[in-house]
Write a protein that binds this ligand. Structure first.
Ligand code: AMP
Ligand code: MN
Ligand code: MN
Ligand code: MN
Length: 285
């Protein structure tokens, strides 16, 4: 059975490795098929494709799109996208515009709490065009305002905390529209992270499917064994396919690594079951 890892980040979003180093590490770890899925940006894909070709592994071009659903942020992974597709890039440009404004706003909010230089500190930690809350967390930890990144999120960057700015991301149908227009397959990322009631989860899965969503990330670096079994059952109940991805961001978080995921539970139908190696990447990009 090939080793699939269909969710990972480079320093083009909030990961810490270059696309080439990410691919090298995936290859060393035994990954056969790797998806690079940076947040709201596709600028790392070209380099990753070159590195994957050199390393002899398959690269799935991907993206993880931030979506505002209800009052919540939900992440949708698109796999097998064509990164040059016009409507996808137009949508991602809007996401980036909001990110830039939000970063300035987070800087202003932290300034009011007596934390100066957060905006420029976050910008200088971003290696690409995209600024993430992760870059603010890195700044807050490096400057000694918090113990570590996790503490930075808990104290400053999540809802109810002084540096929080509510998301104004794409709607679910918009994000799925961009993924589908670019030939990709849409997957709900790390579903156990959303803390939804049973009714709201039911609604999310239904709306996702109605908009053309295909799969749930049943196996994820952030899922417990119970989470995995729970979402395996839900994937079958909702007739959705199952995906698997580490959500690797870099070696600073050694508890998650590329290609070290448990297998999909037997009850699931794998998203990749119908992918043909001959016409890789899936989606035809
Ligand atoms: P953003 O898309 O800029 O709002 O940032 C979201 C990213 O922050 C996620 O993709 C995670 O990588 C990271 N993140 C979110 N919550 C936490 C947390 N509690 N601790 C550490 N990282 C987090
Ligand atoms: Mn992230
Ligand atoms: Mn995510
Ligand atoms: Mn991710």
């Amino acid at each position: 059975m090939p080793n699939y890892d269909l969710h990972s980040h480079t320093y083009h979003s909030d990961g810490t490795l270059s696309p080439s180093d990410l691919v090298k590490r995936a290859c060393c770890n035994g990954v056969d098929v790797l998806a690079v899925t940076d947040h709201d940006i596709t600028t790392g894909i070209r380099e990753a494709q070159g590195a994957a070709q050199a390393a002899g592994i398959l690269l799935v071009p991907g993206v993880e799109i931030s979506v505002t659903w209800g009052a919540q942020t939900v992440h949708i992974v698109g796999l097998g996208i064509d990164p040059d597709e016009v409507s996808l890039q137009a949508g991602l440009a809007e996401q980036l515009k909001f990110r830039s404004w939000r970063a300035e706003e987070i800087g202003r909010l932290l300034e009011r709490k007596g934390i100066g230089g957060a905006y420029s500190g976050a910008c200088s930690r971003a290696r690409g065009a995209l600024i993430s809350r992760t870059h603010f967390a890195q700044f807050l930890a490096a400057e000694g305002y918090v113990r570590d990144k996790r503490d930075a999120f808990a104290k400053y960057l999540v809802r109810g905390k002084p540096g929080h700015v509510p998301g104004q991301w794409a709607t679910l149908p918009e994000a799925l529209g961009w993924i589908r227009a670019s030939g990709g397959h849409a997957v709900i990322a790390h579903p156990a992270r959303y803390k939804l009631s049973a009714t709201r989860l039911q609604r999310l899965l239904t709306e996702f499917k109605e908009s053309g969503g295909e799969a749930i990330e049943v196996v994820s670096g952030s899922h417990s064994r119970d989470d995995c079994l729970r979402f395996a059952t839900l994937s079958v109940r909702y007739d959705l396919l199952a995906s698997s991805g580490s959500d690797y961001h870099g070696p600073e978080a050694p508890w998650v690594d590329l290609g070290k995921l448990p297998p999909l539970p037997e009850s699931c139908r794998a998203l990749w079951a119908s992918w043909q190696i001959a016409d890789f990447p899936p989606g035809g990009a």
